[in-house]
Design a protein around this ligand. Structure first.
Ligand SMILES: [Ca+2]
Length: 171
């Protein structure tokens, strides 16, 4: 009786091991297929773009001495018109020694090629703007201007603007 039990236990165990080994093979097969047709998800795209921006930041700061970065905000959407979500990072620079005056602001545009993220253009206008949205394959911003009676905080003249991306410049 004990022998039979041992044998059937062994059969059970071996059966299970066989099954899990099969599963493993199926999983690794699936993994291989994934890596061939890997598409970068929006989440991964944001991480990659932020990493690339971090690497580029010292260059921006060296061009704008005495400033530090205040905001670095990723915005996701398709702005190249291929249906794949890209990343536009909004950033602004403020004086290193304090104060919240915006010295410079811009958007760094990263195209999601499906396999990687590629910087395609920068938008660094000489006027104030606010990022609005990415819609219909385009980036929408709002140009901001001060009316005569506006306080420093709050420019009240707002003009919607759609960016054009040409060569490596957006305007
Ligand atoms: Ca795209």
């Amino acid at each position: 009786m004990k022998k039979i039990l041992t044998i059937s236990y062994c059969l059970l165990l071996c059966g299970c091991m066989g099954k899990s080994a099969k599963k493993e093979t199926a999983n690794s097969l699936r993994k291989d297929t994934d890596s061939v047709q890997k598409i970068i998800s929006a989440e991964e795209a944001v991480q990659l773009a932020m990493k690339k921006f971090d690497a580029y930041l010292p260059t921006i700061l060296s061009e704008n001495p005495d400033t530090g970065i205040d905001l670095q905000i990723p915005n996701v959407g398709d702005f190249t018109g291929d249906g794949v979500e890209d990343v536009a990072i909004y950033f602004n620079l403020v004086p290193k020694d304090g104060g919240n005056a915006i010295i410079s602001q811009g958007l760094s545009l990263y195209q999601n090629t499906g396999e990687n993220l590629k910087i395609i253009a920068g938008y660094e206008p000489d006027y104030l703007f606010a990022f609005d949205t990415i819609r219909d394959g385009k980036i929408h911003v709002v140009k901001l201007e001060y009316a005569e009676t506006d306080g420093h905080c709050c420019p009240s003249i707002k003009t919607p603007h759609i960016l054009t991306i040409k060569a490596n410049v957006a305007y």
